[in-house]
Design a protein around this ligand. Sequence first.
Ligand code: AHR
Length: 513
Amino acid sequence: MKKQLTSLFLATLSLSALAQNRVTVNADQGKTVISRHIYGHFAEHLGRCIYDGFYVGEGNTRIPNKNGVRLDVVEALKKMKIPNLRWPGGCFADTYHWKDGIGPKAKRPKIVNTWWGGVTEDNSFGTHDFLNMCELLGTEPYLAGNVGSGTVQDLSDWVQYVNFPSNSPMSNLRQQNGRQAPWNVRYWGVGNEAWGCGGNMTADYYANIYRQYATFMEPKVGDEKIFRIASGASSNDFNWTETLMKNIPGKMVEGVALHHYSTFGWGPNEKGSATEFTETDYAHTMNEALKMDAFVQKHSEIMDKYDPQKKIALVVDEWGAWYEVEPGTNPGFLYQQNTMRDAVLAGATLNIFHKYAERVRMANLAQAINVLQAVILTKGEKLLLTPTYHVLEMYNVHQDATMLPVDVKSEDYTVGNYKLPAVSVSASRDKAGKTHISVVNIDAGKPQEITVNLKGMKASGVTGRILTSAKVQDHNTFDNPAKVKPVAFTGARLNGDNLTVTLPPVSVVVLEL
Ligand code: AHR
């Protein structure tokens, strides 16, 4: 027995001597809840996201649907626990006139989708279709209002149409169109990318415009207090956030947005392939993605100056990777494949959002289906779940759980000119008392061993799931839709207050203690 104990001790000692990654999970310091809304998604009238993605039309007899909404999509998104869905854009939102999308479908006007491919938009998917679909998905809608080419009256009417119970011009119109009870939509965007496609405004000008629009979205309508989200900065445009926070009274805004995409450049053909890339390209994408930490930190610091009590949320309502479109597809449709690179990017980004959970209370991955870093791709009757989908599904255990702060001392992962942390970690405790630790090995070259000190908790066992694949370029295809999928993880050993985890290269693991 003594001999056995000695060899166990030596084995443990040699493992911890090897482990250069050291993590402390401060289980005794949890106080902030990770809002489930940071797991939100985005559905724009862009390419095949709405049409062919969510919606295949009421008359479709080939693809099982309810009121035209694909049932396989509903099943997958419910399993992933989608908490909110942003619609109808993006850039499209500032061209969208919601009254075009209500009433009998045959009578709805057609418009041109000027931002995305110049295709004809027949408005067959409008307000009722979207809000009823959200009910089917069990998700909260987030409506993005048109500020760029709309009017204050239009947006004010939309709020009334959607949220006013009865006996008003707009609620009567809604009831005439078949919906009795209001939907009580809580989340409202006041324009999108006002500095760009939303009107090319200056920050000062937009702050004033915002105040005007927001005034007429008050008072609260129906039972719900409206949560108004100001169009926010791009990546490191800190002046935008500063100007908004300085000029918009705190009582007029509930959220300020931020957009950050990981890309190689915005010029023609600069974005690189989604599936054919080198390890240096991978490191570049991850370097861009990890900038989210500094961006969120800096935008939060600015918000802290004007809102020390953190009443206003930072809403990262567009994030993800942006590559060149798949060869042979419409360049205006932004259809891209999704590999293990994207899974690692998603895991590391969500870990960053957890870290700043006090301020980041909502986020939306761009976009849900067939566009940019999608969780679902469709082709006719076929549907596949991307590696990113699996990360969001595995991570949903963190939704509304209490964030446990982590201290991470990571090895470096060096490729070319890039030096990145090899591992990314976050942790939370759910309402049932289970602790979940999410660990990402960003390193594409070698496994990483992590020693985790569980401070202030007693764990009796550990289980887990892992998403990984032989190559970082691996992805699911319609012919091989389950090449990348989560499996049980057996690389964690619990020893008292310490946990040793060995992760293969490019892997995402969620542990349950
Ligand atoms: O998600 C695609 C586009 O990216 C959105 O329409 C816009 O807001 C952003 O520039």
